[in-house]
Design a protein around this ligand. Sequence first.
Ligand code: SF4
Length: 386
Amino acid sequence: MLSWDIAVNRAINNAVPKVYKVLREHPYIEELAKRLREAKLEVLNNLEKYVEETLQSVKNNGGNAYYVHDEKEAQEIVGKIVGKGKIVVMGKSMVAYELGIRKYLESLGNEVWETDLGEFLIQQANEPPSHIIAPAIHMTKESVGKLLKEKLGGVDENSKVEDMVAVVRKFLRDKFVKADVGITGANAIAADTGSVLLVENEGNIRFTTVAPQIHIAIAGVEKILPTLADAMIEPLVQSAYAGLYPPTYVNLTSGPSSTADIEHNRVRPAHGPKEFHLILVDNGRVKANKDNVLREALLCIRCGRCHFHCPIYRAIGNIWGDPPYSGPMGAMWSYIVKGDTKPAMYCAHSGNCKEVCPMRINIPRVLEHIKNLGLHSQGKDKLDYK
Ligand code: SF4
C-alpha cells in the first residue's frame, strides 16, 4: 500500500465518524449552519457595501484596513508592514499560502515560521499541503517521526505522537516569544464591528494574535459576515463539520490591544499587539461572485468534510488541485484563484460532497460549470486531461 493510502485511510477512519457523532449530540449545529448560509448569501448579494463597512469598522477600532486585488498588491502591503530581518510567526492561513506570503517574506530576509503543527511539518519537509485543515494528512506518524528526527532531534519513527508534538511545542514556544509579527487568516470577519474570528485547537493562533507587537490578518472577502452575532456562528459550525467540536479556542480580535482601566477611557495599546492590520483579498473572488453558479463556492467554510467523502480525493487527493486548495472544494477554488480548470476535470460526480457539505454547496454542479468554462476557453468540445 502507498503511504498516501495508509495516511488518508487512517485520517478518514478517525474523522468521518466524529462529525456524525457531533451532529447527533448537538442537533442545534445544523440549524446554525442554515443561518450561516443565509448570512453569507446576504454578504455575497451586497459585497461592495460590506467590504466598505468592514474596512471602516476596522479603522474605527484603531486598526489599519486594506483591500487588495491580487497577489502582487498583497505581497507589497505585507512586505511594507513587516520590513526586513524580522521574526514572523504564521497561524494557519490558506489565503497567505495562496498569495505566496511566506516565501515573499523569506525573500526579503525575514525568518518565517509556520506554527500550526501540520503547516510546520510541511514547511520542514518542503512539501505542499494535502488537505485544507490537515495539511500534513499525507504523512504517516512514522514519516513525521523520521522528519522530526532529522530537523529537530529528540524523536524518531517509533516515537509516540505525544512526544513528537512535544518536540515541536518546545521549538516553537521560543519563536512565539521572540516574534516581531504574527500573521493569521480569518474564519469570519464581522462587518459591523471589524472583528476577526479564528477557531483553532493548538493555541498557536492565540499566541500569533497576541504575543508579537504587530498582528496582520489576511483573508478573502467571502469571509465577511454582516454582524458579529453572525460571525460568532462560524467557528461553531466550522469546527463541528471538521469533527473537532467543541473547538479548544475561539479567538476574537477587534483592533490593537486596549484598556479602559483608567477613568474608563479606552487607550491603545495595552499588553497585546500595538498594531492590527486587516487585508481583504479579492484575487478572483469578486469575479466569481458575479457568476451565478460559481458564487456558490464562496460559501465554503473550509471544514474539509467534502474531501473525506470523495472517492477521487481518496485515490489521488495528495496531487489533486492547486495548493493549498485540494479535494472537491479545491477543484472549485483552483479555478477561482488561478483560473485552472484541470482539477475540475477529475470530478467523477459521485455527489457525496454535496450531501455532506454544511453550506449545501452544489459542488458537482459548480465543477461541471468549470469543466464547461474550460472547454469553451480552449474552443474544444472534448476533455483534455493533460
Ligand atoms: S465545500 Fe462544503 S464540505 Fe467542502 S470544505 Fe467547503 S464547506 Fe466544507
